[in-house]
Design a protein around this ligand. Structure first.
Ligand code: UDP
Length: 226
């Protein structure tokens, strides 16, 4: 089996964070199976480079706690619903990866033994060593957090060298570049990963082969210094 050292990639273990919305394609809600399959293919191609891959997927395509509480729902209940949404997305990604022959584990911060594994750090590390893609679900398991925090947390716990944040655009902009032609891309933005000394690399998931290219040091991205 190839390893990062033999394929010349400078990362051996990474976290890929994608928002729930990345899975909905052009739909306004939910999951678009061809989009999920396309992202699974991106993950597979990176895994084939010998890189151990962790994933955190948001839940915003199904439910966001803040939106629920804005409609009068109790905030923590709404946040738990958001966390459950991330489990559905994780299962969809697991299914798509396994159809491509990639071994995976869904690991939930909220135990639900009939559905997926509970989070046990050492066990998750072992899965990675065995080249299984670990999809961390249910965020941090706590309300009032986001899946970006969960990705940074799990990446730190797993000893990832960087968090790759796949978005619909290829970097961090001062305004939405799809709406504003003069949007400026920040080349270096200092943010939440600083405390964990983890670089966050923001790139566009819309480019086919984009994830693999970024790992190989190509393409456009924004590195948020860790
Ligand atoms: N959430 C939470 N704790 C966590 C992670 C997520 O309560 O540790 C809830 C929160 O309500 C959030 C929802 O899950 O709105 C979906 O996650 P997020 O908004 O981060 O998804 P994304 O925007 O990445 O799709």
């Amino acid at each position: 089996m190839s390893t990062a050292a033999t394929t010349g990639v400078k990362y051996s273990r990474v976290m890929l964070k994608i928002s729930g919305e990345a899975l909905m394609g052009d739909q306004g809600y939910g999951l678009n199976p061809p989009t999920v399959a396309r992202i699974a293919q991106e993950v597979k191609s990176v895994q084939e480079m010998g890189v151990e891959v962790c994933m955190v997927i948001g839940g915003g395509n199904i439910f966001r706690g803040l939106a629920g509480s804005a409609q009068g729902m109790e905030r923590t209940t709404a946040d738990y619903m958001g966390m459950l949404a991330t489990v559905m997305n994780a299962l969809a990604m697991q299914s798509a990866l396994e159809q491509l022959g990639v071994f995976t584990r869904v690991i939930s911060a909220i135990p639900m033994d009939q559905v997926c594994e509970p989070y046990i750090r050492r066990r998750a590390v072992r899965h990675l060593e065995k080249k299984r893609v670990c999809i961390f679900a249910a965020g941090t398991g706590n309300p009032y957090f986001t899946t970006d925090t969960a990705a940074t947390l799990r990446a730190s716990e797993m000893g990832c060298e960087a968090v790759f944040k796949g978005t619909k655009v290829d970097g961090v902009y001062d305004k939405d570049p799809k709406k504003h032609a003069d949007a400026k891309r920040y080349d270096t933005v200092i943010a939440l990963a600083r405390d964990n000394r983890l670089p966050i690399i923001v790139f566009s998931l819309d480019e086919p082969g984009g994830f693999r290219g970024i790992l190989a040091g190509q393409g456009t991205y924004t590195r948020v210094q860790g």
